[in-house]
Design a protein. Structure first.
Length: 256
């Protein structure tokens, strides 16, 4: 389904959904430490989301079995929570979605587990900064590739590569709406599938750079979900849900 401009009352529902997601990620951040099982993080998130009269958006979505996507080091996105315990020096990407009154929020953050290397610190810094460079371009009458170009230039100028197989997306009364939002300007032959849509006030966008310390190639794990860098290099993932609003995009999923 193609994105439609949201009305004011709908944006207010999106704001609530986004606040729940941001608060969930803030809560999870307090539990990121060596020795905790990622499945425990998933349970904490589900309990919190449901306590806010919301529903975990990812659980059972197209068969995904968990509340959170938890991806460690070379896992880019869509990692499964499990009995695996976090270890000092890792980075862990946590992607969270919630549905409130039929409206969706979606956000992700990559956390350090205790002390991490300077190289990983820089990867996290550049990826999050690239997200905000993209968000700056989510303005009325702008073009979707403005977002893509800002993210691509920022990351590639820093010496990193970007996942090509996965993109951001429209968001509203569905978790994933067209158009897709690539983190790169698509080559000519891909522009029919990834069109350069003109942005309008009220559009809900989930912008989410996925950045590799190494090469851009990746593969999907045998579980059918987890996406992993082919060269085993660490990857980071940051995401916010935003509303196009003149020249001042509204970020719905800010964390405390």
């Amino acid at each position: 389904m193609f994105i439609k401009a949201l009305k004011l009352d709908e944006i207010k529902q999106m704001e609530i959904a986004g606040r729940i997601v941001g608060d969930t990620l803030s809560l999870i951040g307090k539990y990121i430490r060596p020795g905790i099982e990622t499945l425990e993080l998933d349970k904490i998130a589900e309990d919190f989301i449901r306590s806010k009269n919301a529903i975990p958006a990812f659980k059972n979505y197209n068969g995904f079995p968990y509340t959170l996507c938890i991806s460690i080091d070379e896992e880019i996105v869509h990692g499964f929570p499990s009995t695996r315990k976090l270890e000092a020096g890792q980075i862990v990407s946590v992607d969270c979605g919630a549905v409130f009154n039929g409206y969706y929020g979606d956000s992700a953050v990559t956390y350090p587990v205790a002390d991490i290397s300077d190289e990983k610190k820089r990867l996290l810094k550049i990826t999050e900064e690239a997200l905000f460079e993209g968000i700056k371009q989510a303005v009325n009458k702008g073009k979707l590739y403005d977002i893509s170009r800002a993210i691509q230039n920022y990351c590639e100028n820093a010496g990193y590569s970007l996942t090509r197989e996965l993109t951001g997306h429209g968001i509203g009364k569905r978790l994933h709406l067209y158009p897709s939002i690539p983190n790169f300007v698509p080559p000519l032959l891909a522009r029919r599938e990834l069109p350069n849509v003109k942005l309008e006030n009220g559009y809900g966008l989930a912008i989410e750079p996925m950045v590799h310390m190494g090469a851009k190639e990746c593969y999907t794990d045998s579980n059918g979900w987890s996406v992993i860098t082919r060269d085993g290099s660490p990857a980071a993932h940051f995401e916010h849900s935003v509303i196009v609003n003149d020249n001042s995009p509204i970020i719905l999923t800010l964390r405390n």
